[in-house]
Each structure stands twice: as structure tokens, then as C-alpha cells.
Design a protein around this ligand. Sequence first.
Ligand SMILES: [Zn+2]
Ligand SMILES: [Zn+2]
Length: 77
Amino acid sequence: MEQVCPLCNGLRDAGIKCKNCGAAMADGGMWSDYVGPYSPYELTAHVKQENGGQCTHYLHCPQCGNEAYAIIQSDFI
Ligand SMILES: [Zn+2]
Ligand SMILES: [Zn+2]
């Protein structure tokens, strides 16, 4: 068995609704894809977190533009 993030691997969507308008939040990819070049200290922290079975994802609302982050627990496949 392998521990993988279901969002990174397209196994399922985030299943998180926008707090502003209630639309389904769209997965914008891994946190590190966005903040990596600008925030090396944050990146290090989140890479460690990912190795511990969790993956931080950036989510955005396609309806109102709201942004959020979600900690996704990895699944065993
Ligand atoms: Zn992920
Ligand atoms: Zn929204």
C-alpha cells in the first residue's frame, strides 16, 4: 500500500464548499506550487507536513473568487 494525497492524484475533489456563496471550491493544486518561490520558509514547513501524510491544497471558488487552503489527509491505495 502507498500513502497518497487523493487530490494530487485526481481520486476525488476537495468536497469543500465556499464560505461566501456555497459553491463547490475548485482545487488549485498544491500549496507549494503557489508560495514556493516567494516563501521558502513556508515551503519547508509544508513539505514536512506532506511527508507526514497530509497535503496542503490551495482552493478557489469559481463563482465569487474566494480563496482558501485545505489540509488534505492522504489515503492508502
Ligand atoms: Zn495533494
Ligand atoms: Zn464563492
